[in-house]
Design a protein around this ligand. Structure first.
Ligand code: HEM
Length: 323
């Protein structure tokens, strides 16, 4: 989506393949019912590309990027004749022990940069422009933690697709030609019980995740009595083809409030792939053998969006107010 010119001008809106960053802000908002609110939102979405340039150009090495995702209800308000084939609201899941709630969300903004101040500045101007057309549902500032570790201490993101596998896994293709180049995005804000995690011996933590803690080596758990997080999140079809997603999870927290979290964000060519991962995590494989990561990590939000290409986003934004 971004072209391959990061070294020349490393800024772009809707760049799902933008590099993993040191800092990120995740904003989820709802849009007020009035037509004037929708018109305001459309005008801001139309100008998102310019706003990325306005802020990002002040330090090109900061690699500011922003992806806007649109939820199903807002999509229907914007343009009712065509919609990404799989776009639907987040389906809550009830497993035997753990549940994943669905929470409101019309728009997601995933703001990334090497510099937290660039993320902050972009967010400040963005929200100023949106004004009372939107209501904040959730706002999380994430940070890269040492060698891309989550707050449980494990390196997170290793199995992400790279090179040509990245667009093949994360971007819609010819199967939905009108929305090719876009991506389904699922977000969940998890809070960890770090006290209980610390009481868990490292070998058990490694069994739960499916990788060693210090050096991040994958553990073969094909014959293990209980599948790890890594194995439950591995999706294959009947022919043995594996389906990956692109994750850009970020730790966040406020130690003074005992708040320690992981903001999960997954981009996928097919929404069903993330849904199947969630089913396997919460319901378990076999059913009942759920992901033990959930004994220490509780989701507080859950929402699904579609991030269109920059040109589709502009087309939607320009067309909608006339309807
Ligand atoms: C508390 C939230 C979560 C944490 C802390 C977490 C952490 C991790 C870690 C440490 C790994 C192993 C290293 C890696 O390959 O990245 C991993 C793998 C993975 N996770 Fe998660 N994860 C979380 C939630 C989720 C959710 C909700 C999904 C999907 C819906 C997911 C999908 C995956 C996938 C696809 C892999 C790679 C599996 C493979 O090896 O092919 N994760 N996660």
């Amino acid at each position: 989506m971004s072209g391959k010119n990061w070294d020349r001008v490393p800024i772009d809106a809707q760049s799902i393949d933008a590099p993993l960053s040191m800092a990120a802000v995740f904003l989820v908002v709802t849009v007020a019912n009035e037509a004037s609110a929708l018109a305001k939102v459309c005008s801001v979405l139309d100008g998102l590309d310019d706003l990325v340039k306005t802020v990002g150009f002040r330090d090109l090495s900061g690699r500011l990027s922003c992806i806007a995702g649109i939820g199903r209800e807002l999509w229907d308000r914007l343009r009712q004749d065509k919609r990404p084939k799989e776009l639907k609201p987040f389906a809550p899941i009830k497993g035997p022990i753990h549940a994943a709630p669905a929470t409101p969300g019309d728009l997601l903004f995933h703001i990334r940069s090497e510099r937290p101040d660039l993320c902050f500045e972009f967010e400040r101007i963005l929200l100023d422009s949106l004004g009372d057309a939107v209501t904040m549902v959730d706002e999380v500032s994430g940070f890269r933690y040492f060698d891309a570790r989550d707050l449980l201490g494990f390196v997170d993101g290793t199995a992400n697709p790279t090179g040509l596998d990245l667009p093949a896994s994360a971007l819609v293709g010819d199967e939905d030609g009108d929305f090719a180049g876009g991506s389904y995005v699922v977000v969940q804000k998890y809070l960890h019980d770090l006290g209980a995690w610390k009481q868990t011996p490292t070998p058990v933590q490694e069994e739960i995740i499916g990788r060693t803690k210090i050096d991040n080596i994958e553990i073969d758990d094909d014959d293990a009595p209980r599948k790890s997080h890594k194995s439950l999140a591995t999706i294959t079809d009947a022919d043995g083809n594996e389906y990956d997603i692109l994750r850009d999870n970020m730790p966040f927290g406020r130690p003074g409030h005992q708040e320690f979290g992981t903001y999960f964000i997954g981009y996928s060519r097919y929404l069903w792939v993330i849904e199947k991962m969630l089913q396997r995590m919460y319901v378990g494989d076999p059913p009942g053998a759920y992901d033990r990561l959930l004994d220490f990590s509780t989701p507080h939000t859950g929402a699904t969006f579609f991030a269109p290409t920059r040109s589709t986003l502009q087309m939607l934004a320009q067309a909608a107010p006339e309807k």
